[in-house]
Design a protein around this ligand. Structure first.
Ligand SMILES: [Zn+2]
Length: 127
């Protein structure tokens, strides 16, 4: 990998990192908002559908948050690898093959080639 290509991927990774941090911060600021439902001594009558959708929303928020922080970890790892060992960046961790440039442009934190990502090895990555 040439120095300019490495710089290009570093730029892509830093952009992804900024976006992820921004998204994570939005989640945190949402959590600080007062909870209207639990306020006061008068239990508010809600129908079952409302409660169910609240629970569902919380769960998917949690899953989403987990995905974001997992992806942030992958981005950080990729950045570290790119700076420490640019030759290793773009090499599939599973089969040792080359990760195609088109895939790296889309998923710069990818550690697997598209073939391996489609198989079992890709389950962890979620990309
Ligand atoms: Zn592979």
């Amino acid at each position: 990998m040439t120095t300019s290509t490495a710089l290009e991927y570093e730029g892509l990774l830093l952009q992804s990192r900024d976006r992820l941090l921004h998204d994570l911060q939005q989640f945190e600021s949402e959590e600080e908002e007062p909870q209207l439902i639990s306020g006061g001594g008068n239990p508010r009558w809600t129908n079952g559908a409302d409660v169910a959708s609240d629970v569902q929303e919380q769960e998917s928020d949690f899953v989403h948050l987990h995905r974001l922080s997992r992806r942030l970890e992958l981005v950080d790892e990729a950045l570290e690898l790119l700076r420490r060992d640019p030759e290793e960046f773009g090499t599939c961790r599973y089969c040792g093959g080359e990760i195609r440039e088109r895939r790296l442009q889309l998923v710069p934190w990818s550690r697997l080639c598209s073939q391996c990502a489609r198989g079992e090895a890709g389950l962890e990555e979620g990309a």
